[in-house]
Design a protein. Sequence first.
Length: 178
Amino acid sequence: MSKPLRTIFLPLLCCTALLASSAEAALQALEDESLSQISGQAGITIRLDLMARIDEIRWQDDGGSLALRNVKIDNGCLKPSDCDGYALAPAQLGASVPILGLEVPTLEVDVVKGSNGQSQLQLKLPNLTAINQQLGPLGKLVIRARVASDVYIGNSSIGNVALRDLRDINGTIKVWGH
């Protein structure tokens, strides 16, 4: 290592090590006992903006295979006319309309009591159907997202598949142990 590089590298390495140790020291594990004392929480809301490129997702069984190649996740705005003038960007799997005070999360995570009294983990999707009915003449709220891929069986292409622009979505998934 050359002398000038060594004089820059060594202090930088030491600073990074010091910062890493203080960040690690600040984390504290929460035990089940302390978590059980927390009440009145409203769950967790997750907003996801995602842009990804995946070369291949492959499923293989008994010598045959099915592959998704060139997988793209984005907002699908390949040209301005696709999305009312918006440019290609990450898929925004949630929406904000500040003028109306509207926040639509991608996913709401909460713990709820089931009909049998058992605690259940609830994953709730945004209710775009109801939101769009309420917006009425103001227009429809669209989650601009595109998931596209080329589909292959073995090495032979059988075409492509795409999912675009979610306009109506509503659902809840509940998970519990047995």
